[in-house]
Design a protein around this ligand. Structure first.
Ligand SMILES: [Zn+2]
Length: 136
């Protein structure tokens, strides 16, 4: 189900808690909300729809990827860029990495490891920051 986007900075500044299999329903809510906001949004963290659990979604090619309990394993190739966020107005400068490797559980709770580069890597880093309560 599509959810309202949280813009409360105090709420968004809190660190999200580990997700469990009881949180698998969030995949659908995140997919629906991302789809509904697709003109302006390429990724979401669960706290943006009001749930402080470690779950993110972002566009990877044509299909969005949902990650439960994602962990950044490695990163290389720093660069400066500017980003916007559905929960904020305007764009802000930030440092991102060209290539990252992330481990996570998928929506079937299977362990996965993926290496991302370019734009998907950037969105993933933005959403990972949300889990730590960091907003660009
Ligand atoms: Zn954001």
């Amino acid at each position: 189900m599509e959810k309202k986007i949280v813009k409360d900075i105090l709420f968004l500044s809190q660190v999200s808690q580990p997700a469990s299999q009881e949180d698998l329903y969030l995949a659908k809510d995140l997919q629906d909300t991302l789809l509904e906001n697709r003109e302006t949004c390429v990724g979401l963290a669960a706290n943006m729809i009001g749930v402080q659990k470690r779950v993110i979604i972002f566009n990877l090619g044509l299909v969005p990827v949902v990650m439960f309990n994602p962990v950044l394993l490695s990163f290389e190739g720093p660069y400066e860029t500017e980003e916007g966020c559905l929960s904020l107005t305007g764009e802000r400068p930030t440092t991102r990495y060209e290539m990252i490797t992330v481990s996570y559980r998928d929506s079937k709770w299977k362990e996965q490891t993926i290496t991302l580069t370019g734009f998907p890597a950037q969105i993933c880093q933005h959403e990972l920051d949300h889990l730590e309560g960091r907003i660009i």
